[in-house]
Design a protein around this ligand. Structure first.
Ligand code: NAD
Length: 484
């Protein structure tokens, strides 16, 4: 018999301990070969003064086992506590969040009985890097960071997942009609990588119409790959319309580590009453079993769970008089699953994970030759509230900034100088775009920018930040201001 796999386990808060006990009991009865290492995370750890909610010795366990089965935790209200999930994802390089969303009609209420899709959400980048600044009295900023290796990893993972799990189509969702550089990169890399998978259908939708289609006709989707924020939002919508927020599992996959959990929270309102539905964590655990190469045990547990659901044995959250046969608590539900470990579902299609390679290994990000990068200007952001756009433009134009020239001023992205409209609302947060004279074909150095900033400082301007303007192989690496 194959040896047991070390797995780090956290019982979490609220209903966490109840659903973890139930899950582990089912896994053990199914013959899962696990060597659990228990760590404490969550509320007690936060309250003991550890702002991340996880102690150093717990990290050691995670780095040793590389597999984490995590029950939900309670993040205490109030400032200073960091999201444990966000910390774990970035520290362990868990770049892919995988959330299957499936309908279990008619046993679980849904308007979309045929729905069966998987959302693969980028997990490390986008506005979730947490780089935010207040730059003036009126204006706050959040930085959206998208990298080419980040796009390549998640998109390749989505195609590898589709191939491994025999899914026919991968859909990319982005907002590249507006964010032409960041979301544009995601879409471009999607097209590049899709070309390597001719056996899989591919499509791209702008996130707004894509989300509308998801809410209306979810059965048309197979695998959806998208950026972090959109993925966060649409995965809750998908779980909700599938009827399975309380039952969905989630995997966070990295090259070296992986974390598995339920998508719901710690449900403090029902904690300790023995009525919680353990299905969400159990689905997380099933994904874990596939990941660690125990696919046959995963299928056994999943099929026994399907048998239990179609037998009408339901916890209170999904119990319905007309389709349910028996309302049970957490323990009785898990016993019903254990009793059915050697059965196959009749109503639902039986699950087989045997054909799925576990884990799905993404190929390393493509190595590319670096493009020639030239500095051609700078955007200088100013905190200024002493007059109109025209007055600011006149004041900046009066300074000799050669070789840089003031090209335009924008306020919250809208061009307001030269030739701005009096209707444009302006805050105290301005951007002056300084570029070299294109006719001269010049490029500049950082020294020119430092000189410009010195001149602005001497004239009493409050520079709050700068963004260098580069070209890459001659193509601008910056967007034009609206109306520029
Ligand atoms: P929640 O998911 O805990 O609960 C929402 C509702 O669903 C509640 O009425 C709850 O009773 C019910 N519910 C959830 N899971 C259930 C289950 N397994 N069986 C039966 N009913 C279930 O969301 P919330 O109330 O917004 O959050 C509670 C706490 O959980 C917060 O502290 C939040 O920060 C935390 N949380 C943690 C995670 C995580 O650890 N991954 C995720 C989400 C929320």
């Amino acid at each position: 018999m194959a040896s047991a796999t070390p797995v780090t386990i956290a019982y979490g808060d609220g209903i966490g301990p109840e659903i973890m006990e139930a899950t582990l009991r089912i896994l053990e009865a199914a013959g899962a070969r696990l060597e659990p290492e228990v760590i404490e995370i969550g509320e007690n750890v936060y309250r003991s003064g550890v702002s991340s909610g996880i102690r150093p010795e717990a990290w050691e366990s995670l780095r040793r086992t590389k597999v984490f089965l995590k029950a939900p935790i309670t993040t205490p209200q109030g400032g200073g506590y960091k999201s444990l999930n966000v910390t774990a994802r970035s520290a362990l390089g868990l770049y892919a969040n995988v959330r299957p969303c499936q309908a279990y009609h008619p046993f679980v209420a849904t308007k979309h009985p045929q729905m069966d899709l998987v959302i693969i959400r980028e997990n490390e980048e986008d506005v979730y890097t947490g780089i935010e600044h207040r730059q003036s009295d009126q204006v706050y900023q959040c930085l959206k960071l998208i990298s080419r290796p980040g796009c390549e990893k998640i998109i390749r993972y989505a195609f590898e997942y589709a191939r491994a799990y025999n899914r026919k189509k991968v859909t990319c969702l982005s907002k590249d009609n507006i964010m032409k550089m960041t979301d544009g990169l995601f879409h471009k890399v999607f097209d590049e990588i899709a070309a390597e998978y001719p056996d899989i259908e591919k499509e791209h939708w702008i996130i707004d119409i894509g989300s509308a289609l998801l809410a209306d006709v979810p059965e048309r989707f197979g695998v959806i790959v998208t950026l972090n924020l959109y993925g966060d939002i649409i995965s809750d919508i998908a779980a909700q319309i599938a009827g399975s927020v309380g039952m969905g599992g989630s995997a966070n996959i990295g090259d070296r580590c992986a974390m598995f959990e339920a998508i719901h929270g710690s449900a403090p309102d029902i904690a300790g009453r023995g009525i919680a539905n353990p299905s969400g964590l159990l689905h997380g655990a099933i994904m874990m079993l596939v990941h660690i190469g125990q696919a046959e045990v995963a299928a056994r547990v999943h099929n026994a769970w399907l048998c239990t659901i179609e037998s009408g044995i339901h916890t209170g959250d999904i119990f319905k008089e007309d389709v349910s046969r028996k309302r049970v608590g957490t323990q009785e539900f898990s016993e019903a699953i254990i009793e059915r470990l050697d059965q196959m579902p009749n109503f639902f299609r039986a699950v087989s994970y045997l054909s799925a390679p576990a884990p799905v290994q993404p190929v390393n990000a493509v190595s590319r030759t670096r493009q020639a990068k030239e500095l051609v200007g700078v955007d200088v952001f100013l905190d200024w509230s002493s007059g109109t756009a025209q007055q600011l433009g006149d004041a900046l134009s009066a300074i000799d900034t050669t070789p840089l020239q003031l090209k335009m001023i924008s306020n919250r992205g809208a061009k307001v100088y030269p030739d701005g409209l009096p209707e444009t609302f302006c805050t105290d947060h301005w951007r002056g775009r300084f570029v070299v004279d294109p006719a001269a074909g010049d490029i500049i150095t950082h020294g020119n920018i430092i000189q410009l900033l010195r001149l602005l400082y001497e004239q009493g301007f409050d520079t709050i930040k700068t963004e260098n303007l580069y070209t890459f192989d001659g193509a601008p690496g910056y967007s034009l201001g609206a109306g520029e």
